[in-house]
Ligand binder design. Structure first.
Ligand code: BEZ
Length: 396
């Protein structure tokens, strides 16, 4: 039986008992003491694997702290958002209005996040973003009840331009899925690469989630740039790297990317990913006790290797535990809850990070290269990088 059905069945049993006058006060109290947590993530489509890794990370962080929030048991509710922006508001409302969740953990896709953001701002329900990097969520549409444990889309690429220039790239082509994530990542790349002295000679793109790259790869071959930089993630990232190699570009025109390009896809991409250089706030090979312990525990629990999505989910779980413990599970104590969540230092596998004023991580960006199916750190591309949170007025 699914978790959601289990919860609903229990709920229905209690409503039935109440209507016949049999409900004991202790049971009613125990029921209302539970915390209702909503997971809104993609479980199908290009980003399906990302959703699973995030859920695994969230559950692992909470289980490590006894499986409760501020001493209270948890009821879980799940919605597959399919990475479909058009259904973002409807899906978020399923959790808030139908399931009466007290916190939404989600999501991956920036367009879908805009739906959650609308519902979170209107309802006041706590929202923890474990991936989607859309700038507005912690910028012009920021809100006291919205926190992010991942990044803004331009953070990784603001750290990419200089290392590329330092590696003698002068003319680059940018290619991406054309939606907020890719466009904001592209703006970060253009800003940092131009500032370093390089020129973006062409910006290419295709609509999400299309993966017909052939015509664009032919155009890249004709343009003959020094390098290509890109934003792709999930299944599309694996296919892009394979198609890039199959088109004969690998080894001729070096491929760089926002680090999502090589996250969770190294088995699927195989040799096509070897040598790809990226920037991101995590790397498999971070040589710290915290990262090693996390990787071991995750692999043991889920029989999978963790990636950045698992780390961001894990940190979302850690943030929720810290907030809930500070208010002994009473998520309605909003002032105290937000204060605790704003002042955290998260002890993450990526390294310790703190929350910016607009509720986005201030974090290091690593320069990585794929070697033997691992994202290996080869430098720090940016130290304690904070997004500006442009346009954020917390109580507007
Ligand atoms: C986004 O849509 O914000 C996103 C999706 C996958 C990886 C990174 C960002």
């Amino acid at each position: 039986m699914s978790t959601r059905r289990l919860v609903l069945t229990r709920g229905a049993a209690i409503v039935g008992a109440a209507s016949t006058g049999l409900l004991l006060p202790q049971i009613a109290r125990a029921q209302s003491n539970r915390i209702r947590v909503g997971l809104m993530l993609p479980y199908t489509g290009t980003y399906a694997q990302l959703g699973v890794a995030i859920e695994n990370g969230i559950r692992m962080a909470i289980d490590e702290k006894g499986g409760k929030l501020g001493g209270r048991e948890i009821d879980w509710f799940k919605v597959d958002d399919e990475s479909e922006p058009a259904k973002g508001v409807e899906n978020a409302n399923k959790l808030v209005q139908r399931d009466k969740v007290q916190v939404i953990m989600g999501t991956v896709h920036s367009g879908v996040q805009m739906g959650i953001q609308k519902v979170a701002r209107e309802s006041g329900v706590l929202s923890i973003i474990p991936n989607a990097g859309v700038a507005a969520a912690t910028g012009s549409l920021c809100a006291p009840n919205v926190f992010r444990t991942s990044f803004t889309n331009s953070q990784p690429t603001l750290a990419l331009g200089k290392p590329m220039f330092d590696r003698r790239v002068r003319k680059a082509v940018w290619i991406t899925h054309k939606y907020a994530a890719g466009e904001e990542a592209g703006a970060g790349f253009k800003e940092s690469f131009t500032k370093a002295g390089g020129t973006v000679i062409k910006e290419l793109g295709l609509p999400f989630p299309q993966v017909e790259f052939q015509a664009l790869l032919t155009e890249i071959a004709n343009l003959k740039p020094d390098a290509v930089a890109c934003f792709f993630a999930g299944g599309a990232a694996a296919k892009f790297m394979k198609d890039y190699a199959a088109a004969g570009l690998k080894g001729k025109i070096p491929l760089y990317g926002s680090g999502f390009l090589t996250e969770g896809v190294l088995d699927a991409a195989g040799p096509a990913a070897e040598g790809v250089v990226t920037t991101l706030h995590y790397s498999d090979s971070l040589d710290t006790p915290r990262n090693k312990q996390f990787r071991l525990a995750y692999a043991k629990t889920f029989r999978l290797q963790p990636d950045v999505y698992a780390v961001q989910g894990y940190d979302a779980g850690q943030l929720l535990v810290i907030g809930a413990n500070a208010v002994r599970g009473d998520l309605n104590s909003k002032q105290a809850l937000y204060k605790a969540m704003e002042s955290v230092t998260i002890d993450s596998p990526r390294g310790k990070w703190t929350m910016s004023k607009s509720h986005n991580p201030i974090q290091d960006m690593y320069l990585r290269i794929v070697e033997n199916k691992e994202n290996k750190v080869i430098g720090i591309a940016a130290k304690a990088l904070a997004d500006s949170g442009a346009g954020c007025r917390m109580n507007a």
